[in-house]
Ligand binder design. Structure first.
Ligand code: AMP
Ligand code: ZN
Length: 492
C-alpha cells in the first residue's frame, strides 16, 4: 500500500481537526470519563463508550500501542453537574435503604455487561474512584495554597488562578452564563467549584474520608484529574467524554491539571493535561425514555428483550459520525440490524484467520489484489478522517460486493475491516434473538417454515398463506423475498 492516511482527530480544545502525534512515540494513552454507577446506563451513555472503543480500535489499527483507561465514578458526582445537589450514589442508597457499596457494585457489573455485549474492548485499566481517594487528597494538598480557598462547605477551586479558564466550553463561562450554577455563599466566582466537600455538621455519609479540610468526600472533577494523571501521566494523548462534559466537567478538570502541572496558557493544548479532547454528540430520543428518572428507560437490556441483538445498536452508532447527534428510533434500530445481518451473511467466513486487533500494516501486507488494495486505502482514509465510520462501513460493503476477486484476498480485507469496526461475530444466527415475551420457539418456527416452503414449491398458495397467518398470530412475521434468506422475525 502506498499511503497510510495521517490520523486526524477533531480537538474540542482548539476547535479544529489535528494530526495525531503521540506524546510517547509509538504509544497512545487515552482516558475516557466513565459512568456514575447509581443506576443502569442508558444506551445514550453507551454511545460514549462505542465511540471511545472505535477511537481505541483505530489507534490499534494505526499501529499504536494503546493504553486506555476508563474510570468508574462511585463517589462524588452530584445530581447537578455544577456544585449543587446531592451525591448521586448517597441519594440512591438512601432512597433504597441499601449500602452504597452494593449499589455501586451492582451497577458497575451491569455496565460491564453492556460493554461486553456491545463488543467494546476491555481497557487496560478500570480505575475505581474510591480506590484513589488518598491520591486525590494529595493532589488537592499540592494545589490548595495557590489555587483554592476554604468555605464552610468545603475546599473550592478559584478559577481565576489559571489562565484561559473555560476555553473548552461552548456556553459562556463568564458571569452571565452562569445562571446554571447554583450560588454557594462565599464563592469568589460563580464558576468556582468544590474539590473537597465537607460532610455537613451533624450528618454522616456512607462514604467519607478524613482530610486536612475535614471529613468529607472528593469532588467529581478532582477524581478524573487524579486518575488520568496518575495512571497515564501528564500530558497524555487523548481525553474523551460525552459532549455535556465539554461545558463544566472537563473545563474544571483542565483547570485542576493546569494548577497541578504548574503550567498555564491553553495556547499550548498539552498544558490542559491532554493533547486532544474529544467529545461524542448525544443520542437523542424524543419521548424522554432515556432519562434515568423515567420508569422504563432505554437500557441495552430493553433492546435485547425486544429481540434486537446488542450489536445492532453498535451498528446504529457507527452509521452516524460520532460528532453528529443521533436520533434513536425502533425503525432505525431495525434497519441497523438488517444491515448487520446482511453484512455477516456475506462475510461469513472472512473473519476466520484474521485476528482481532489486526493493524493496517499487517493487512496491507496480506492484501495485494489490485481491486482490494485501493479499498483498503479508502477504508483507512475514512477511519483516519476523524473516525468516519459511516464511510468506513460503505467501503466494507463495497469490498464484500467486489466480483472476481480471489476469496482469500477478499477475506483478509473484509475480516480486518470487521475487526477494526468491532463488528466481527462468528455466527449470523446469533443475531436472531427471541423477544422476552415470545411463546414460540425457533424450532417450531423452522418446522412451519419448511412446511410453507414445500407448499409454495407445490404452488399450494392457500396452505402457504394459512401457515403465514398462523405464524403471524403467534408474533412471527414471515419475510418473503428477504435478500438474506432470513425469512422470519419475531415481532417485538
Ligand atoms: P454519566 O454516567 O452520566 O456520567 O455518563 C456517562 C457518559 O455518557 C458520559 O461521557 C456522558 O457525557 C455520556 N452521555 C450521557 N448522555 C448521553 C447521550 N444521550 N448520548 C451520548 N452520550 C451521553
Ligand atoms: Zn471525568
Amino acid at each position: 500500500m502506498t499511503d497510510a492516511a495521517p490520523l486526524t482527530l477533531f480537538n474540542s480544545l482548539t476547535r479544529q481537526p489535528e494530526r495525531f502525534q503521540p506524546v510517547h512515540p509509538g504509544e497512545a494513552r487515552v482516558y475516557s470519563c466513565g459512568p456514575t454507577v447509581y443506576n443502569y446506563p442508558h444506551i445514550g451513555n453507551m454511545r460514549a463508550y462505542v465511540f471511545a472503543d472505535i477511537l481505541g480500535r483505530t489507534l490499534t489499527w494505526k499501529g499504536y500501542t494503546l493504553t486506555h483507561v476508563i474510570n468508574i465514578t462511585d463517589v462524588g458526582h452530584l445530581t447537578d453537574d455544577a456544585d449543587a445537589g446531592e451525591d448521586k450514589l448517597e441519594k440512591a442508597a438512601a432512597e433504597r435503604a441499601q449500602s452504597i457499596w452494593d449499589i455501586a457494585r451492582h451497577y458497575t457489573e451491569a455496565y460491564w455487561a453492556d460493554i461486553a455485549a456491545l463488543n467494546i474492548r476491555q481497557p487496560a485499566q478500570w480505575t475505581i474512584a474510591t480506590d484513589y481517594v488518598p491520591a486525590m487528597i494529595e493532589f488537592a494538598k499540592s494545589i490548595a495554597d495557590r489555587h483554592c480557598y476554604e468555605l464552610e462547605s468545603g475546599l473550592y477551586f478559584d478559577v481565576s488562578t489559571v489562565a484561559d479558564y473555560g476555553r473548552l466550553a461552548r456556553a459562556a463561562t463568564d458571569d452571565e452564563g452562569e445562571g446554571r450554577i447554583d450560588p454557594v455563599e462565599g464563592k469568589r466566582h460563580a464558576a468556582d467549584f468544590a474539590i473537597w466537600r465537607k460532610t455537613p455538621p451533624g450528618e454522616t455519609r456512607q462514604m467519607e474520608w478524613d482530610s486536612p479540610w475535614g471529613r468529607g468526600a472528593p469532588g467529581w472533577h478532582l477524581e478524573c484529574s487524579v486518575m488520568s494523571g496518575k495512571v497515564l501521566g501528564f500530558p497524555f494523548d487523548i481525553h474523551t467524554g460525552g459532549i455535556d462534559h465539554r461545558e463544566i466537567h472537563h473545563p474544571n478538570e483542565i483547570a485542576q491539571n493546569q494548577a497541578f502541572c504548574c503550567t498555564n496558557g491553553l495556547d499550548v493544548p498539552a498544558n490542559s493535561g491532554a493533547r486532544i479532547w474529544m467529545h461524542n454528540n448525544f443520542l437523542v430520543e424524543r419521548s424522554g425514555k432515556m432519562s434515568k428518572s423515567s420508569g422504563e428507560f432505554l437500557r441495552l437490556q430493553l433492546l435485547i428483550d425486544k429481540g434486537y441483538h446488542p450489536l445492532a445498536y453498535r451498528m446504529m452508532c457507527l452509521q452516524a459520525h460520532y460528532r453528529s447527534e443521533l436520533e434513536f428510533s425502533w425503525e432505525g434500530l431495525g434497519a441497523a440490524l438488517t444491515r448487520l445481518k446482511r453484512l455477516l451473511a456475506a462475510a461469513r467466513n472472512a473473519i476466520e484467520g484474521v485476528s482481532d486487533g489486526a493493524t493496517l500494516a499487517e493487512t496491507a501486507e496480506a492484501v495485494t489484489h489490485p481491486k482490494m488494495a485501493p479499498l483498503l486505502e479508502k477504508f483507512d482514509a475514512a477511519l483516519a478522517d476523524d473516525l468516519n465510520t459511516p464511510v468506513a462501513l460503505t467501503v466494507l460493503e463495497e469490498a464484500l460486493a467486489a466480483k472476481k476477486v480471489d476469496a482469500a484476498q477478499k477475506s483478509a480485507l473484509v475480516g480486518a475491516m470487521m475487526f477494526a469496526l468491532g463488528l466481527a461475530l462468528p455466527e449470523r444466527e446469533a443475531l436472531r434473538l427471541r423477544p422476552k415475551g415470545a411463546t414460540i420457539t425457533e424450532a417450531e418456527i423452522e418446522v412451519a417454515m419448511e412446511r410453507r416452503k414445500a407448499a409454495r414449491a407445490g404452488k399450494d398458495f392457500a396452505t402457504s398463506d394459512a401457515i403465514r397467518d398462523e405464524l403471524a398470530a403467534r408474533g412471527v412475521e414471515v419475510m418473503d423475498g428477504d435478500p438474506l434468506g432470513w425469512e422470519w422475525k419475531l415481532e417485538a
